[in-house]
Design a protein around this ligand. Structure first.
Ligand code: FAD
Ligand code: SF4
Length: 407
């Protein structure tokens, strides 16, 4: 499915993108405010930006068809929500990787892809030496370099900025790890990279921020922003901040300062409908799994081939679902819209109640998708009304259509 052309062009038959030049970091990008800094425009593949950019040209159905052999079936609720897939499982590593975001399934797969010789390089993102949250995309050639990229950089990351190096270094078999907007642009140009085989390992992604936005989020929400090592919006409806000394700080979602944080999320993420990374071969997240477990979606045979490499390192259980999200989503829509923030005691109490009776497993994943898609639909409707129809994919329109939205 992901086989791509194998010949490196001679100078006489060079494709048009060789003449194009990537833009300098920090300057304006073709998608303007909606740019997610995916990195494509830092390379000569900017030549294809009008077709490739996830925020200029929404083309889910065509790309799903090209990558998975079909687009998602909208009569099937599981596909409408989670995209084309062959299987879903909850899993965790028997021997977790220290310092990984969760148990390190992503890093383990990438290491085994190199160890087994299936790929010669892995596009992933380390952090800059002087800032643990500043992304530094690389092509890892060894498991040690992959492990140095473990843990989320919770900021927009130009992962595709290394694509020109892929071509220059003559790599033919490549694994790319990335979030939805990066993978959409990658899929649109993958045939131009001169690869024999491309593997794509994705994670879900939502509510990402610029480095400056991250600082504001940490300062507004954590008791000690400078010692946060990583954080996650957890299935128990709390943000868990892990600090340098190993302590965990928990802040209920309902206690977040919505008014202050309204502008913190990047406009790209406020208008994204690819939460579950629909174009990756394999997706590893957490939100459809029980608390403390990871969630694995195999989208196609290439994804299964990657998962097989680490199967013996995993403890697994079937995915499950409990509760009914709909009322909670409907109530959250006007509350978010008006920027309602509960006092901390009420937020803590609400957190305890909703943890007991609230949606679990796949229903929690649907809760999160519904809440973000309704919010994002309103954002696009208000800020980019001319884009609304073309930019919002059909599956997202169906999800949003279940709810009553404010005008
Ligand atoms: P690790 O073994 O720790 O590896 C993490 C990998 O992620 C590394 O290979 C690194 O290259 C890559 N990476 C780190 N930061 C970035 C970045 N900014 N852009 C692209 N690649 C990156 N899962 C959910 O189920 N629901 C969510 O709402 C959700 N939100 C997320 C938001 C962001 C910004 C990111 C980056 C991930 C999100 N995830 C979400 C995925 C989840 O947090 C874990 O990354 C995933 O479960 C893998 O955990 P791990 O321990 O196997 O990863
Ligand atoms: Fe370019 Fe990527 Fe920004 Fe689109 S999101 S304008 S492809 S850098």
């Amino acid at each position: 499915m992901t086989a791509v052309n194998s010949s490196t062009p001679s100078s006489s038959s060079r494709p048009a993108h060789y003449k194009a030049k990537g833009l300098k970091p920090g300057g304006p990008r073709p998608a303007k405010a909606l740019c997610s800094e995916c990195g494509l425009c830092d390379t000569h593949y900017i030549h294809y930006v009008k077709e490739a950019c996830a925020f200029i040209n929404q083309q889910f159905e065509a790309l799903e068809d090209q990558i998975h052999g079909r687009s998602r079936q909208l009569e099937d609720e599981a596909e409408t929500y989670f995209g084309v897939h062959q299987s879903m499982t909850a899993a965790r590593k028997k021997d977790p990787i220290e310092g990984a975001q969760w148990t390190g399934i992503v890093s383990s797969i990438a290491c085994e892809m190199l160890n087994s010789g299936k790929v010669e390089g892995v596009v992933c993102v380390q952090n800059s030496p002087d800032d643990r949250f500043q992304p530094m995309p690389i092509i890892a050639r060894t498991p040690d370099e992959v492990l140095a990229a473990r843990v989320n950089k919770p900021t927009l990351s130009p992962n595709l900025s290394v694509l020109e190096q892929v071509e220059q270094s003559g790599l033919k078999r490549l694994l790319v790890i990335g979030v939805g907007c990066q993978i959409q642009a990658l899929r649109a140009v993958q045939d131009k990279l001169g690869l024999e085989k491309l593997y794509v390992l994705g994670t879900p992604c939502v509510d990402n921020v610029t480095r400056a936005g991250l600082q504001k989020f940490l300062e507004t929400t954590s008791r000690s922003p400078e010692t946060v090592v990583h954080y996650e919006f957890m299935q128990d409806f709390r943000v868990h901040f892990k600090h340098e000394d190993g302590s965990i700080e928990k802040v209920p979602f309902f206690g977040l300062n919505t008014k202050e944080l309204k502008d913190v999320f990047a406009p790209s993420c406020m208008s994204c409908f690819d939460y579950v990374n629909g174009l990756a071969d394999l997706v590893v997240g957490y939100m459809g799994a029980p608390f403390r477990w990871q969630w694995i979606l195999v989208r196609n045979d290439t994804g299964q081939e990657m998962l097989d490499l680490v199967q013996s390192q995993l403890e697994t259980q079937p995915v499950s679902s409990r509760g009914d999200r709909r009322q909670a989503v409907q109530q959250s829509i006007p509350a978010y819209d008006k920027g309602v923030t509960l006092p901390m005691w009420a937020a803590q109490l609400m957190g305890v109640v909703i943890e007991r009776v609230g949606p679990k497993g796949l229903e929690y994943a649907r809760f999160s998708i519904d809440s973000h898609f309704t919010r994002n639909y309103l954002y696009v409707q208000r800020n980019y009304p001319d884009k609304l129809n073309d930019h919002v994919p059909e599956f997202a329109k169906r999800i949003v259509g279940q709810y009553k939205l404010p005008h």
